[in-house]
Structure formats: C-alpha cells, structure tokens
Design a protein around this ligand. Structure first.
Ligand code: MG
Length: 343
C-alpha cells in the first residue's frame, strides 16, 4: 500500500468563539492510501486545544509508513490499526486519518459502503445539530438565521451571558436546543440550577457542563438533573467509558479524539451495553472526516456533524443534509469523492 499525506489549513466562513477561545481556521492533514489502483481518503483535524498540529501529525504519519508498507491486505484493519496505535500514545487525529483512509479503501475493494459493513441501517433518520457559538445578541440573530434549515441548534455556553444567550434564541425560535458548556461551569449547584432553567426552555441535554476532572460533582449533577448530562472533553477513547458509568448519562464520540471509525464503533457497542446515550460529533473538518463519522450515525441517538457547513471551502463531496436530515449515499467506503483540485 502507498501512503501519502498533505497538510492544509481550513478557513471558517466566520470566526468562531467557544469557552476555549476564538479561531478563524483549523489545521488539517489529508491522507491517501493506494492499493492496486484504488484510493482511500482520510483526514486529521487538529483543534489547537487538543495538542496536535501539522508538525506532530506529519511526524507521526511518517512513522506509520513503515507499518503500512508491510501490509498487502487493507481488510486487516484491526491488526494494522493496533500496530499504529502502539507507535506512541496520543496522536489521535493522526491515527484517525489512517483509520478513515483504511476503511475507505477496504470498503472500495469490497464494493461496500462502510455503513453497510458496520450494519448501520441508513434509513434511520437523524437530524444534525447546527452550532451557534458564543456571540453578542446581533451575532446570535444572524447565526440563528443561518441555521434556518436545521431543526436542532447546538448552543455554546460557558460565558457570563449564558441565560441571555438562551433568552435571545428563544425570542427567535422554539427549535430544540442542545447546550454545550465546554466545561464552563465550576460549581455543581450553579450547574444544577442551570439544568433546571434550561430544561424549562426545551433544551434536550447538556454537554460537558463542568470541568472533566470534577467526576464526583458531575455524578451528583447527573443524578439530580432533569435532562441528560453528556460527556465530551471527559471521554476520548474506549477505555474511558467504563469509569464514566453513573457519572454521565451519555457520551459524545468524535473520530478525531478516539482514533477513528474502528474504535468509535467499539465505543458505541460498549456504551449501549451500559445503557448510555450516544452522540457522534466532529471537529472543524471537511466532508471527508464527517462522511466517515456519518457511516456510524444510524447507530447513535444524536448527531452533531456540522463541520463542513461551517468551513469556507469543502474538498470532498460526501454525506448530504436535507433540511438538516442526514442523507447517506451508497458509494463504497466512506462515500466521498474529492472535489478537484485537492490541496
Ligand atoms: Mg463539546
């Protein structure tokens, strides 16, 4: 197998503010895996607060080349990925870019879509949330307007204006809302008061209300909250799920955090075993990364896959949304076609 990778920077349509800070672009790396004339595509997206960047990803991917070259059978996904995982800890976005390209390639060779290979029924309808970042009232108005075609809003909180932001949105729409506090609330009593206040305002659940280290306080909050409390920053990989039982009502799985589709699928099965709710989310990424995540969408409860909708230019044609409803195609692999010219 031949492996190539290209660093690139995706620009956002508009600058984006969350509790972690503000940005107008995000670094990504596109990967290609070729075998007997067939190409699989992958992507790594590296939000700066998670510690990976162009340099670390390129360095890691260079180390994977030796392993990849050794294999002549792309369907040996589990074996290949476990060897790559052992190269070094962390580097989850870099690992994901190999995982996605490998799944895309293996699917294409078998002429099967990945959702078919994962036995995910694409007829199950899910609506993606559309993100409303932290903004002033005027900014919120235009963001809600932009989200007109989407049924569920994901509202970023964790600033001093949390109630004002929700009240502003509720003046404009009665759509369902998901709140993501990005670890922004420090006090459990305040977080519980917010949970009650938000539940009265048609909020479906709260993602990561408190810092991920505050396990006992979060367990207390989850036991008393009228709406589910979902882990995001607190969960990365399969091995995290067990200790989150009873602490959170569910988990937000992102490919870039968990090393890709193979591990995400294992996490879905495990979380289900524990009776936990599951959301599948994304970083700022193109339709490549998001189409990969979307292959697992029929297996989860909620999706937050608006990454390609928020970037200036997409480089792949893949999963589509119709009025916010996810539409998986039947193309083999992750179902993407690069829009030329690929950077
Ligand atoms: Mg989040």
């Amino acid at each position: 197998m031949k492996f190539t990778f290209v660093p690139y920077t995706l620009k956002f349509k508009r600058p984006f503010s969350i509790a972690h800070g503000s940005r107008d672009s995000t670094p990504v790396v596109f990967t290609r895996l070729e075998h007997q004339g067939i190409t699989g595509y992958g992507e790594a997206s590296m939000p700066p607060y998670l510690g990976e960047n162009h340099e670390t990803v390129l360095k890691f991917l260079t180390k994977t080349e030796k392993i990849i070259r050794k294999f002549t059978e792309p369907a040996e996904i589990e074996v290949i990925l476990s060897q790559i995982d052992k190269i070094e800890i962390g580097n989850t976005a870099a690992k994901t870019s190999v995982d996605i390209a490998l799944h895309d390639l293996a699917g294409k060779i078998q002429n099967k879509s990945c959702h078919e290979l994962f036995r995910a029924d694409k007829k199950k309808s899910l609506f993606t949330a559309y993100t409303i970042p932290i903004d002033d009232p005027q900014g919120i108005h235009s963001r809600v307007e932009e989200a007109k075609a989407y049924k569920i809003l994901k509202v970023k909180l964790g600033s001093a204006d949390d109630k004002k932001i929700i009240e502003e949105i509720r003046k404009l729409t009665d759509k369902e809302i998901i709140v993501d506090a990005n670890e922004g609330w420090n006090d459990k009593h305040f977080a519980l008061e917010m949970a009650h206040w938000l539940a009265e305002r048609k909020v479906l659940f709260i993602e990561q209300p408190m810092p991920k280290e505050k396990t006992d306080d979060t367990a207390w909050l989850t036991s008393k909250s009228p709406i589910p409390i979902i882990a995001d920053e607190a969960v990365q990989r399969f091995s995290d799920i067990e200790r989150l039982q009873g602490v959170y009502s569910g988990i937000n799985i992102k490919l870039m955090k968990c090393t890709g589709m193979h591990e995400a699928h294992k996490m879905i099965l495990q979380a289900r075993k524990y009776g936990m709710k599951i959301m599948i989310g994304c970083m700022s990424e193109t339709s490549c990364g998001v189409s990969a995540a979307a292959q697992l969408a029929p297996l989860v409860d909620w999706i937050d896959l608006d990454g390609p909708l928020l970037i200036k230019e997409d480089y792949f044609d893949g999963v589509k949304f119709s009025e916010g409803k996810i539409i998986l195609n039947d193309l083999p692999g992750i179902g993407v076609v690069p829009i030329s010219p690929l950077p």
